[in-house]
Ligand binder design. Structure first.
Ligand SMILES: [Zn+2]
Ligand SMILES: [Zn+2]
Length: 325
């Protein structure tokens, strides 16, 4: 296994650092596989207990609120992670992360009683729009393939945490936030697919090596359930939907809406994002470099007013303001 600089950054960001590199052969295929069933067990529809479904989110209780009814676990967040972000992106569309209102009627809805689908939906050929999973820190996870069908990670579109800002200036991951396993514990999910099945990290919940994965990056469990795993290679997250979902216009429904406050921007060739700072009070500063020169986007939101200050390499400033629609 060769490790590129980008891989190293990514592994470091995920907290594996030197121990992971030292044990460089570690991947599920090298380890003895646990004896999990590979066929659909007789028990169906599959039901996850409600107690299990709540696990994971509580580690982010200060930023992520959950509540539930008979059908769904509702998850509210502002879509901004508590880790550094955007740094490392080499293919940038000029979007920046802005807080989102994933709350109330626009909250995430995770099915509490996932059901195995007769015809699973593959994320290789579909689900290019919208999220396919939700991380337990309240950040949505999109298809590992971008809306052109390219591997977003390999194309340099992602930061060291596997995310970037989308066309609505909405931050989301396109890869598994594997570092979350360090925070929530190996026995808890790092995310939930929008079909309701949990996504674990690079080990089984009991700490044993990951069982053989199907094309969706998941497997059935001895108790008749099903779950996915994050991986360091494609499909990185759930490679589709093993569980029943409703797909409308290539997007899973229901899921929250993001409302852009400005027109979507174009790729900025040669730009590399080199720093990002949360200045407090919903103010942020993003630094990028082109041809060795530094540029900044200083921006923030105050109520419904959005202000962007663009600073070029000479220090000249341009200001744009927008009002939430
Ligand atoms: Zn994206
Ligand atoms: Zn597993």
């Amino acid at each position: 296994m060769s490790i590129t600089r980008r891989d190293f950054l990514r592994l470091s960001a995920y907290g594996f650092g030197t121990t992971f590199l030292a044990a460089c052969g570690f991947k599920p295929a090298d380890a003895p596989l646990a004896s999990y069933p590979t066929e659909l067990p007789a028990l169906s529809p599959t039901v996850i207990s409600q107690a299990l479904t709540e696990l994971g989110f509580e580690a982010f209780a200060s930023r992520v609120k959950t509540y539930q009814d008979e059908q769904y676990l509702y998850v509210e967040s502002n879509g901004m992670p508590d880790h550094q972000l955007m740094v490392g992106i080499t293919s940038w569309q000029q979007q920046v992360p802005l807080p989102q209102s994933y709350s109330g009627s626009n909250a995430w809805k995770i099915p509490l009683h996932p059901i195995i689908a007769e015809n699973p939906v593959s994320a290789k050929t579909s689900l290019y729009r919208g999220a396919i999973a939700l991380a337990v820190n309240g950040i949505p996870i999109f298809n590992a393939l971008n809306n052109r069908g390219d591997d977003a990670f390999l194309y340099g579109e992602l930061d060291q945490w596997g995310g970037h800002a989308g066309r609505a200036d909405d931050y989301h991951y396109h890869a598994a936030p594997l570092y979350l396993a360090e925070i929530v514990g190996v026995d808890k999910p790092i995310a939930y697919a929008l079909d309701g099945f949990p996504i674990y990290g690079l080990a089984e919940p009991d700490g044993s090596p990951v069982a053989e994965l199907d094309e969706f990056n998941g497997h059935f469990t001895v108790d008749g359930g099903y779950h996915y795993h994050g991986t360091n290679t494609y499909p990185y997250i759930n490679g589709g939907m093993r569980g029943v979902v409703t797909v409308n216009g290539d997007q899973i429904e229901p899921q929250p809406r993001t409302t852009p406050i400005r027109e979507a921007l174009q790729p900025l060739k040669g730009a590399v994002i080199t720093d990002f700072a949360d200045l407090g009070n919903n103010s942020y500063s993003l630094e990028y470099q082109m041809s060795g020169q530094k540029y900044y986007v200083n921006y923030g939101v105050n109520g419904s007013a959005y202000t962007f200050e663009f600073v070029d390499a000479s220090g000249a400033k341009t200001v744009e303001t927008y009002t939430a629609r």
